[in-house]
Design a protein around this ligand. Structure first.
Ligand code: PMP
Length: 405
């Protein structure tokens, strides 16, 4: 028996897209790690904001602009509560995890990193937590040190401990692997880094949707996530940073809103978090994202986690019975696998025709693929709106795929 959330039928009814069909078959959407579907409260918030109060934020004295600004700042408060940050000035709105990490690498790098300084990342990072540091490496000659993974898809913590030296300036690692599902021991990773007085940035793209994140308890220095993976709209993300770091970091982009006073003789910058938010923000997206965060908080992240873990356990048990299957890493909210010698893309295409949406390929983690000695995997990733029945559909579809080869 799976633990039930309030009522799975009611929950599914909140997500209009879940009732659609593909190829005359009910859609089984198992690509939630790529993006989640949106509940009606989020869709309605977008329409409502454009219909009743749309006006650019911060600069207007008129009524609509004030309303828009109040809603944007209320959204920031919602994110602050969602992450249990100590202040809303630590919540920077970005367009996603990718932009959050680019902001961090650029601005932190500019202020704190010089030629020969080192950043520690891991072998299981998404490209968005590798390439921004490589770009910084090209600009400033910094060096990437890489935490290896063990054969069972965990970070090798003994090796991690050996990577620190007097040149280490920051650790930037993923909380949950988008390929392996491995939930990294983030508290331990942070504790070790802090012993060396090195700050830690956490890529929370795959953790924020599935577990309660408390940035103060975790004691991370930075935390990035994308709203679209937490049932919110695309184009919205967050970079949380401890005030004492953010205060010292220079702006990422220049433009409106991030300034104090502009003169040709010199410009001063706005206070946090606006110093990092140049230009018109995606305020409608931010407002809708806050509705999504409220939605998951109402369900309860602990309930979500318990439900999803047992759903994935059920899926993994079923998958393990499939001959020749190879499951990678430590499945949590997602499970990655290959079926013998059948190419992952072929599996993906055939599953699609059977109504099952999964992701295949390298999942933007090519160094990890190299480590595993493969070109890609099939990844089924789950949400609280998925059901045991949908897992059964996946399993029987996989058996059909095998029978076709
Ligand atoms: N990090 C991880 C672990 C991810 O899974 C993703 C999205 N696949 C990203 C970063 C990038 O997120 P986004 O594309 O929303 O910026």
């Amino acid at each position: 028996m799976l633990p039930e959330l309030p009522d799975i039928k009611e929950i599914r009814a909140d997500f209009p897209i879940l009732s659609r069909e593909v190829y005359n078959t009910p859609l089984v959407y198992l690509d939630n790690a790529a993006t989640t579907q949106k509940p009606r409260v989020v869709l309605d918030a977008i329409t409502q904001a454009y219909t009743t109060s749309n006006a650019n934020v911060h600069r207007g004295l008129h009524r609509l602009s004030q309303e828009s600004t109040e809603m944007l700042e209320a959204s920031r408060q919602t994110v602050k509560r969602f992450l249990n940050a100590s202040s809303s000035s630590e919540i920077i709105f970005t367009k996603g995890t990718t932009e959050s990490i680019n902001l961090l690498a650029t601005s932190f790098g500019e202020r704190f990193m010089h030629e020969g300084d080192e950043v520690i990342v891991s072998e299981m990072e998404h490209h968005s937590n590798i390439v921004p540091w490589q770009l910084l490496s090209e600009r400033r000659g910094i060096v990437l040190r890489v935490i290896p993974i063990t054969d069972d898809g965990r970070l090798d913590l003994d090796a991690y401990k050996t990577l620190f030296n007097e040149k280490t300036r920051i650790v930037s690692v993923t909380h949950v692997s988008n390929v392996l599902g491995t939930v990294n021991p983030i508290d331990e990773i942070i504790r070790i880094a802090h012993q060396h007085e090195v700050p830690v940035a956490v890529d929370g793209a795959q953790s924020a949707p599935h577990q309660f994140v408390d940035v103060q308890a975790m004691d991370c220095d930075f935390f990035a996530f994308s709203a679209h993976k937490v049932y919110g709209p695309t184009g919205v993300g967050v970079l949380y940073g401890k005030e004492r770091w953010l205060e010292q970091m220079p702006p990422y982009q220049g433009g409106g809103e991030m300034i104090g006073r502009v003169r040709f003789s010199g410009t001063t910058f706005n206070e946090l978090p606006y110093k990092f938010e140049a230009g018109t923000p995606n305020y409608i997206g931010n407002i809708a994202a806050a509705k999504a965060l409220d939605y998951v908080q109402n369900l309860g992240l602990d309930n979500i986690r318990t439900y999803e873990e047992s759903l994935v356990k059920y899926a993994v048990e079923g998958l393990q019975e499939i001959p020749d299957i190879k499951i990678y890493g430590q499945p949590s909210s997602l499970v990655s696998f290959n079926l013998g010698k059948i190419h992952h893309s072929d599996v993906g295409v055939l599953l699609d025709r059977l109504g099952v949406a999964v992701r295949t390929g390298h999942h933007c983690a090519e160094p990890l693929m190299d480590r595993l000695g493969i070109t890609g995997t099939v990844r089924a990733s789950f949400s609280f709106y998925n059901t045991k029945h949908e897992v059964d559909v996946l399993l029987s579809a996989l058996r059909k795929v095998i029978s076709m080869f």
